[in-house]
Design a protein around this ligand. Structure first.
Ligand SMILES: [Zn+2]
Ligand SMILES: [Zn+2]
Length: 167
């Protein structure tokens, strides 16, 4: 959605509440479309002395497949974001600033999409300590140890395990 923020620059208004649901289901990330559900944005644009700032919280659900164990997963996430809104490039050295044209329209979809892209992890993992798949038999090692890794166990440890199991 596009928000007209002109009144904040003219100081007719001090604050404009932002409440939006973005459809980013078409956004591709390493061959997947991770934002199947609407992305919820809430916050405000505030203006004081000609300084206009967008602050909002972005709530999303990220779904994808794990790079290690290949399972499908989805995870909720939250992102706090803040941008200075400016009318001309020369007003700011802030590379995070959003440049508006003379229509004063803030394209929230564009801004939030760019913020989310910066947040995306390099690796897509179902959990940070995912054990992945066994390279020999393909078993999901998160579900348990497979027969091949059991074989590689140090014989002394295996003896101990057997002892403990028989207890
Ligand atoms: Zn995984
Ligand atoms: Zn195995």
């Amino acid at each position: 959605m596009k928000w007209n923020v002109r009144t904040l620059f003219t100081e007719e208004r001090k604050s404009l509440p932002i409440q939006d649901e973005l459809d980013l289901s078409g956004l591709e990330w390493s061959g997947e479309y991770p934002f199947a559900k609407p992305v919820i944005v809430s916050g405000a644009v505030t203006g004081a002395g000609g300084i206009v700032i967008l602050r909002c919280t972005v709530e999303y659900e990220f779904s994808g497949s794990c790079d290690r164990c290949l399972s499908r997963f989805s995870r909720g996430g939250k992102l706090e974001t803040e941008h200075l809104l400016i009318l001309s490039d020369e007003d700011s050295e802030d590379e995070n600033a959003i440049l508006l044209d003379d229509s004063y329209l803030l394209d929230l979809d564009d801004v939030i999409q760019a913020d989310l892209c910066l947040e995306m992890p390099m690796k897509s993992l179902c959990k940070p300590d995912c054990k992945g798949l066994c390279p020999s038999c393909g078993q999901d090692l998160n579900a348990g140890v497979c027969a091949c890794s059991a074989k590689e166990v140090d014989p002394r440890l295996a003896a101990l395990r057997q002892f403990l199991e028989n207890e």
